[in-house]
Design a protein around this ligand. Structure first.
Ligand code: FAD
Length: 580
């Protein structure tokens, strides 16, 4: 199923071409392949040959080695000077991330602009979770921070849960109990292998368009050879290249603000003013200490969900220091343990933008996140850092202190300590601005309502959708990967006309009704007809078994079937149904 792009023919035809085999792209591909011929184009390698990707201990090394041309993590720096990274490997950023797994908060479903059916959302999350989510074993630092959070009033204690719940909880992890990483690429196990090709080292240079209709993608293999992937009738190109990759590819393909594209000499295929706008990054602020006790390596396992717009998480890292090459004194490696407590703000509200730095797709675009430009973000950061101060004062953390010059226990900070006067808003706000870094949860750039419609279709362009973090204007809950994988599974139901039948077959009326309202292809008359027959269908389903009901049921099916045929989508129906 996974092939090197250089082995693929120069030209081929597919029902769905997915650009980016990342966090959302892999579950989407696995789901679509049940009934359609799918091609996934991933610019990175398969990843499995890289031991650093497969365990927690490799987390920092991956980020530190993110500069090379083909490293699985690709480094980029925002215009504010904040270093950041994105995945360049099958599994995308889920293959280089800290593995924490937590579902979105309820507000996200209300505010995202997408028509969610929460029962289906739940089933889609579960589909991901049974495959790649584990309950972590808390060791010293995570347990101490959990207790510190509770002492600092981040209550109630919710124990282990994947749900977003105010208070303190242990979340899921994509590292299993032996410390091995699982990624969204594992979900490809559910793909129908006869229907799917996953091409690695396949860098998409641009989308192929005929007028304002996507007809395929142009990609380059490792040897520099070019390939054309074309759509079959009724097929779609789906961008899942992430919050940096998707807006970049739209711009390179001539979809974006006309004057801007013209300034780069890119022929304009479709004027879409907000491509690359509304780009967000959740700022990370916090402290790092040198603990007085040796600690195990731990990535995020516990989270404090405060009611003041801040989430508190923690990690402990064992950093190897190899001896300087020419020294005659120390030859064995030295290790340093550092422990961090960080705060991430919800939202955020401050928005930035993405611009091209080059017409070469391999070059990172320019990004600016405008951290804290909205005063509410700054206030949330101050609340979060004050909460960290409370945790540092808790009994749970006293064992990690050293004795200072006066024999009093104190923390040994690496980097800036929190301001002494924590009630002073100005000083705390200054700390937030001065120490801002990223928690890598950047999103947006192709947000719903501006670049894509609520079915994730690119506004004004046919046969083109986007399914990844670029469509979000709010980060979903404490950590986004759970919701992005869920979206990959669920997107089918948001986006495809086929979903009408999926909804009928699974007797999911709410999903159907949402579809009928959102799918642009319907005429008003058709919406009324479909809703009418669904009303009938609903009556049939709430009634007990009887002959007449069965007749009504088959009538409703036949009626919808005919409508479907009229749209020329019958072949999709015949090929089966999804998400069973
Ligand atoms: C270091 C780090 C730590 C993180 N920790 C956590 C965590 O603990 N928990 C959590 O929930 N979230 C975490 N995140 C965030 C989370 O991993 C991301 O938000 C999420 O994975 C993004 O998913 P996506 O599908 O939008 O994009 P991605 O997963 O990044 O997928 C995009 C894919 O598209 C490919 N692509 C891009 N351009 C092209 C092109 N032109 N041609 C072909 N392929 C292309 C990329 O190579 C990539 O594989 C972390 C992120 C990072 C970077």
């Amino acid at each position: 199923m996974v092939v090197n792009a250089s082995e693929l023919p120069p030209e081929d035809y597919y029902d769905y071409i997915i650009v980016g085999g990342g966090t959302a792209g892999c579950p989407l591909a696995a789901t679509l392949s049940q009934s359609f011929r799918v091609l996934v184009l991933e610019r990175g390698g398969a990843g499995s040959e890289n031991p650093n990707l497969m365990n927690q201990e490799g987390f920092l090394s991956n980020l530190l080695n993110a500069e090379t041309e083909d490293s699985p993590a690709q480094a980029f720096i925002s215009e504010e000077g904040v270093p950041n990274a994105r995945g360049r490997v099958l599994g995308g950023s889920s293959a280089i991330n800290a593995g924490f797994y937590s579902r979105a908060h309820r507000d996200f479903f209300l505010k995202s602009g997408l028509p969610w059916d929460l029962a289906l959302v739940n089933r889609s999350y579960q589909w991901v979770e049974k495959e790649i989510v584990f309950r972590p074993n808390l060791k010293t630092w995570q347990s101490a921070v959990r207790d510190g959070l509770l002492e600092a009033g981040v209550t109630p204690y919710n124990g282990f849960t994947l749900d977003h719940a105010k208070g303190t909880k242990i979340g899921g992890s994509t590292f299993d109990t032996s410390g091995t990483r699982h990624t969204s690429a594992d979900l490809l196990r559910h793909a129908r292998s006869s229907n799917i090709k996953v091409a690695v080292h396949a860098t998409v240079e641009r989308l192929l368009l005929a007028g304002s209709t996507a007809i395929g993608a142009l990609y380059r293999d490792q040897m520099g050879g070019h390939h054309h992937a074309f759509l079959r009738e009724h097929g779609e190109v789906i961008l899942s290249a992430g919050a940096i990759g998707s807006p970049q590819l739209l711009l390179l393909s001539g979809i974006g603000p006309r004057p801007y594209l013209s300034s780069w000499g890119i022929p304009v295929a479709h004027h879409l003013p907000y491509v690359g706008h509304f780009l967000y990054d959740n700022p990370r602020n916090g402290i790092t200490i040198l603990p007085s006790l040796p600690l195990d390596h731990s990535l995020i396992q516990v989270v404090g969900i405060t009611d003041s717009g801040a989430y508190i998480e923690a990690a402990s890292n064992v950093i190897p220091f190899t001896s300087p090459r020419h020294t005659t004194f120390v030859r064995s490696p030295l290790y340093l343990t550092v422990a961090t407590i960080i705060s991430k703000i919800s939202g955020p509200l401050s928005a930035g933008f993405l611009r091209l730095a080059s017409t070469d797709v391999d070059a990172n675009p320019r990004v600016r996140f405008n951290y804290f430009i909205n005063p509410l973000d700054l206030e949330r950061c101050v609340n979060g850092t004050r909460k960290i101060a409370q945790i540092l004062r808790s009994r749970a953390l006293k064992d990690f202190k050293f004795s200072n010059w006066f024999g009093e226990p104190d923390f040994r900070f690496i980097g800036p300590a929190l301001p002494l006067h924590q009630t002073d808003y100005t000083r705390m706000a200054d700390f937030c601005r001065r120490t801002v870094s990223t928690i890598w949860h950047y999103h947006g750039g192709c947000v719903v309502g501006r670049v894509v419609d609520p079915t994730l279709k690119v506004i004004g362009v046919d046969s083109l959708r986007i399914v990844d973090g670029s469509v979000f204007s709010v980060s979903p809950g404490t950590n986004p990967q759970a919701t992005l994988m869920m979206l990959g599974r669920y997107a089918l139901c948001l986006s495809l006309f086929h979903c009408v039948f999926f909804s009928c077959l699974t007797i999911n009326h709410r999903a159907l009704i949402l579809q009928v309202f959102w799918v642009e292809d319907y005429q008003r008359k058709e919406r009324i007809l479909i809703l009418g027959s669904m009303f009938l269908f609903q009556i049939v389903n709430v009634t007990v078994d009887c002959q007449t009901c069965r007749k009504h049921q088959s009538f409703a099916f036949t009626f919808l079937f005919l409508l479907y045929m009229k749209r020329g989508c019958i072949f999709k129906f015949i090929r089966g149904s999804f998400l069973q």
